[in-house]
Design a protein around this ligand. Structure first.
Ligand code: IMP
Ligand code: MG
Length: 187
């Protein structure tokens, strides 16, 4: 973990437990890219990254795709009114900026939790009549799912643990780490 990143108040280094090394992440990403490349050989594919978390995964994944005509776009959602009792309301914060009609689209997500953000994004993108729409996720927490979302390509399934690094942040902290840690809460 780099020294120039200050821990958020009330967290200590010991609470960040190494989970996936840089090499392990690259192996997972290469395997996903291989499968996706085979599926879309010689075809056009629009990767749509969910901001901000997917930026690093997307950059690595797209460079590993072979013989695929790749273009990219980004989308961002937010949520308001989230409390312990309510999951809040999702809103579109930044829409895509290209025409995806009749295109093969792949939503790129660094981690799926309840799936609510992805469901909203999937519904939004369907309105633009893509030829196909798929989901690739680096990490997936299937036990946390609250809505029916099934990624087509999954890097690694994980338990309900909070992960930080490689695009994943804890209140903006840790996004630029090359490896992934999980957060150990004090008992
Ligand atoms: P969902 O709508 O509950 O699936 O929310 C997924 C989004 O929540 C991800 O795209 C992340 O931005 C964030 N998220 C969920 N789990 C984690 C985690 O363990 N670490 C960091 N961000 C997370
Ligand atoms: Mg995200």
């Amino acid at each position: 973990m780099s020294d120039n990143n200050k821990f958020p108040a009330s967290f200590t280094q010991e609470q960040f437990v190494p989970f996936l090394t840089e090499d392990e992440i690259q192996t997972i990403t290469a395997s996903l890219a291989h499968t996706i490349s085979k599926k879309f050989q010689g075809e056009e594919l629009v990767l749509i990254g969910q901001l901000k978390g997917s930026c690093i995964f997307m950059a690595d994944l797209m460079r590993k795709l072979q013989n695929v005509k790749v273009s990219i776009d980004f989308i961002k959602v937010g949520s308001v009114g989230r409390t312990k009792e309510s999951s809040g309301t999702i809103f579109l914060s930044k829409d895509i900026s290209s025409n995806i009609e009749n295109k093969n689209v792949l939503i790129v997500e660094e981690i799926i939790d309840t799936g609510r953000a992805l469901k909203f994004i999937q519904d939004r993108l369907k309105l633009s009549n893509p030829r196909s729409i798929g989901i690739v996720a680096l990490l997936d927490k299937p036990y946390k799912r609250a809505v029916p979302i099934k990624p087509d390509y999954i890097g690694k399934q994980i338990e309900d643990q909070f992960t930080v690094g490689y695009g994943l942040d804890l209140d903006q902290f840790g996004r630029n780490f090359s490896s992934i840690f999980y957060l150990k809460y004090p008992n």
